[in-house]
Design a protein around this ligand. Structure first.
Ligand code: PLP
Length: 259
């Protein structure tokens, strides 16, 4: 038998998107591409195509946590990525789980809407994410509309980031695809201030799963002990290339090529 050096284990808790563009499959591909072993906990089954989400069926909160606990008690999970959760009960259950693993790096991608704008989270879930998950989050990765929803009432993105840091997360990366700027402005905040900007060239297409790709890649890089600012830089570059060579496989958004 040949032994291979062990690889960092990265857990994703996310929804399943049958198109393979977003959700847990995106995370698995992204984590694999970063040289880690993905372990995957499904939170929600979705019905969707590359244009929009047609239906969502959140799994029972207890089942989500049972899936995660079985793996966490067996394998040396080095980082966690959380994507779509699907219910307030799911948020509460994941909160309880995280209280048992307070030292695990957690990347939280607050999935609030599909690319086409269909709501994937309720107002009650937004409150629960803020109060129960942000205190356990190492790095939060909202796009700019998500940052505005989470930081209800803040007028600038800088102010949104300060609000979100005050809820207890260590870093916030606000991605700027949805802003009307020539280049996409991605900005990392931490320690009560703006830390670094990572502008990238704007790509022409519409993509399914770009946020999932980015947040899972960051989690995998953190699992390897890479510092957050470098992990963000490397994951943004990886995501940009995945989008640049995306496949047109359906009639709607393009599918990132993560492998
Ligand atoms: N997770 C699931 C299961 C989804 O269906 C979606 C979008 O439809 C997302 C995450 C978010 O995708 P994106 O990375 O494009 O924001």
């Amino acid at each position: 038998m040949t032994t291979t050096p062990s690889v960092p284990v990265v857990m994703t808790l996310a929804g399943h998107d049958p198109t393979g563009g977003a959700g847990i499959q995106a995370d698995i591909e992204s984590i694999l591409s970063m040289g880690c072993h993905p372990v995957s906990v499904i939170t929600t089954i979705t019905v969707q195509d590359t244009s929009d989400v047609i239906g969502i069926a959140p799994l029972d909160a207890e089942l989500i946590v049972q899936q995660a606990r079985a793996v966490l008690e067996d394998m040396p999970v080095a980082a966690v990525k959380i994507g779509m959760i699907g219910s307030v009960e799911g948020v509460q259950a994941i909160h309880t789980l995280l209280t048992d693993y307070p030292d695990l790096p957690v990347v939280l991608d607050p999935v609030l809407a599909s690319g086409a704008g269909t709501a994937l989270a309720t107002e009650e879930m937004v409150d629960a994410i803020n109060s129960l998950l942000l205190p356990f989050t190492t790095l939060l990765t909202p796009n700019s509309p998500e940052a505005r929803v989470l930081a209800q009432g803040c007028d600038t993105l800088d102010a949104c980031a300060m609000f979100l840091l005050e809820q207890g997360c260590e870093y916030v990366l606000i991605t700027g695809t949805h802003e009307n700027t020539a280049r996409v402005q991605n900005v990392l905040y931490g320690n009560h201030r703006r830390l670094e900007a990572y502008p990238v060239d704007r790509l022409p297409g519409e993509y399914h799963g770009s946020g999932c790709t980015l947040s899972a890649a960051i989690a995998a890089l953190l699992a390897q002990g890479i510092e957050p600012a470098s992990a963000v830089h490397e994951a943004l570059t990886y995501t940009w290339h995945s989008l640049d060579r995306a496949h047109r496989l359906g009639m709607g958004q393009l599918i990132p090529n993560r492998l």
